[in-house]
Write a protein that binds this ligand. Structure first.
Ligand code: FAD
Ligand code: NAD
Length: 499
């Protein structure tokens, strides 16, 4: 028998990036009475496991970045020798683990990472409590447009009355449906592995997660790391020159990059003994690779199952995401949705923006649209890629008139002494007639830190002349963005948009 709770102005399902931000803002800025429903904490998500903080905090951005930091020491140890450091006769783990150099202990890193994530999970619970939001542990489901059912871990069921319901249930990783897919792990498991397997690792996919994990494993693992994908280049959708640079860097840093591969089957021969069967579309036909672990990083899908959406009439779009209008309203009045469950731009800062806009629309008396123009993002491969605005290809496709492209490729100062043979790539895409900077792109150390400032400039509509009039900070890599005077090429736009 379900108990009937108080009436809330808002019941949010999901205490991830979007849900926490929306609930907090609704309560603190607009005085709404808010309950937020979230599954019990755990590192690997499932139908019954989640935790306040959501994907970003528990099994996404934060743990991933901690592992990226951990892996990056391999590069630092190698480069340090060029600056006179003696680190034993051997090399860092990623350079072959000769046994004499610095040795990495993955299980220590994971234990420390887990401790930090548990701390953050508690912090997120406190953020909600301190904002006056009632955090309710359990699985949420919509019964009708004003009722959310919560099934607690102990089996107790409550019904929450809600004037508004916010769906903020995020997404889940997907596997490609091949025979033996059950032998592959996904990002949740990869971030929680107690030990790395004694043998090569194959990472399938070429998106954000695949390229980031190729770098993590390469930096920490003693065995080969293979990155296998069906296209010819990593990171589809990013600027082509940047994609080429990332791919070059992956190869130079020792990742075995296999373009044109379509996995067909995973065969388990024994513990840590897998055979990955794949089709090589570049002519080699059916191939096999023996590895100790396969990680699939082949995309995510919106988390809509078991939420009662069909019964209540919440429409989904063709990708299976909750369909929303520009104010995050679903097809049912009073039910809203933000974040990855709506599959707009699946990034934490975007979920935060959508959550804030929702709170203002629902409780602030002003319908407010999230603004998707010039959303910056970064891929934390090593070295990272960061970007804001139009790629060269998008600009040419969408704008009329000439597009000026400025490209700079240089060896970072640090590498002149360390001896690392790797170039940084910086790129500006400019609309010639208006002089507006349409896009900034970088592959190289500190790219994400540099790009955040440039995103402000693009948001303000900066022109190339204003970039040129900005005095650089010397000596930095970032100053190159304000000293690119010589146009690399001009490409005629083929689109209709003008500025
Ligand atoms: C490995 C990885 C790395 C990433 N790295 C980055 C990065 O570097 N930068 C970046 O911007 N983005 C990154 N992302 C994407 C980012 O994590 C997401 O875009 C973001 O977390 C989306 O927030 P959300 O609120 O929509 O959903 P989530 O954060 O997924 O939160 C949804 C919450 O809803 C809960 N929930 C689901 N169903 C129910 C239910 N029925 N009842 C109760 N609770 C429920 C879940 O437990 C979860 O806590 C990464 C993602 C992954 C997987
Ligand atoms: N740094 C960041 O901001 C960051 C990091 C990680 C994840 N994310 C977010 O999470 C989302 C999910 O990340 P992701 O890397 O899993 O997805 P993704 O969409 O970026 O990449 C998926 C990859 O899987 C491949 N793929 C899909 N179906 C396939 C099939 N049937 N056979 C072979 N290959 C297939 C795709 O070609 C692509 O290379 C990202 O789109 C991003 O929004 C962001």
């Amino acid at each position: 028998m379900a108990t009937l709770d108080d009436q809330y102005d808002l019941v949010t399902i999901g205490a991830g990036s979007g849900g926490v931000r929306a609930s907090r803002f609704a309560a603190t800025l607009y005085g709404a009475k808010v309950a937020c429903v979230e599954l019990p904490f755990g590192f690997i998500s499932s139908e019954s496991v989640g935790g306040a903080g959501g994907t970003c905090v528990i099994r996404g951005c934060v743990p991933k970045k901690l592992l990226v930091y951990g892996a990056a020491f391999a590069e630092e140890f190698t480069d340090a020798r060029g600056f006179g450091w003696a680190l034993g006769g051997g090399a860092a783990a990623a350079d072959g683990a000769t046994g004499n150099g610095p040795v990495h202990d993955w299980s220590s890193l994971i234990k420390l990472k887990n401790k930090e994530i548990q701390r953050l999970n508690t912090t997120y619970g406190n953020i909600l409590k301190n904002s006056g939001v009632t955090l309710i542990e359990g699985r949420g489901r919509i019964l009708d447009a004003t009722t959310v059912e919560v099934a607690a871990p102990d089996g107790a069921v409550r019904h929450l009355r809600a004037k508004n319901i916010l769906l903020a249930t995020g997404g889940v990783a997907t596997k490609i449906p091949i025979e033996g897919a059950e032998h592959a792990i996904m990002s949740d498991n990869a971030l929680a592995l107690e030990a790395l397997p004694p043998g090569p690792i194959a990472v399938l996919g070429a998106g954000y997660i695949a390229t980031e994990f190729a770098g993590i494993f390469r930096g920490t693992h003693h065995y080969p790391v293979h990155l296998m994908f069906r296209g010819d280049k990593v990171l589809r959708g990013f600027d082509t020159e940047c994609r080429d640079q990332v791919q070059t860097n992956l190869v130079a840093r020792g990742v075995h990059v296999h373009p044109g591969c379509q996995p067909t089957r995973i065969e388990k021969k024994g513990e840590h003994q897998l055979v990955l069967h794949y089709r090589d579309s570049r002519g080699a036909g059916e191939q096999q690779l023996e590895v100790a672990m396969v990680m699939m990083a082949t995309g995510r899908k919106p988390r809509v199952e078991g939420l009662g959406l069909e019964a209540v009439g919440v429409a989904l779009d063709s990708s299976g995401a909750v369909q929303v209008d520009e104010y995050s309203r679903t097809s049912v009045p009073g039910i809203w949705a933000v974040g990855d469950v709506t599959n707009r731009i699946n990034l934490t800062p975007v979920a935060l923006m959508e959550g804030m806009a929702f709170a203002k629309s629902a409780f602030g008396g002003e319908l407010t649209k999230p603004d998707y123009r010039n959303v910056a993002s970064a891929v934390f491969c090593q070295p990272p890629l960061a970007t804001v605005g139009y790629t060269e290809e998008q600009a040419v496709r969408e704008f009329s008139g000439d597009i000026d492209v400025y490209v700079s490729r240089f060896r970072p100062m640090k590498y002149t002494i360390s001896g690392r043979d790797e170039k940084t790539l910086m790129k500006l895409v400019v609309h010639a007639e208006s002089d507006k900077v349409l896009g900034c792109h970088m592959v190289g150390p500190d790219a994400p830190e540099i790009m955040q400032g440039l995103a402000v400039a693009l948001k303000c509509g900066a022109t190339k002349a204003q970039f040129d009039a900005t005095v650089g900070i010397h000596p930095t890599a970032a100053e190159e963005f304000v000293t690119m005077r010589t146009r690399t090429r001009t490409v005629p736009g083929t689109g209709a948009s003008k500025l």
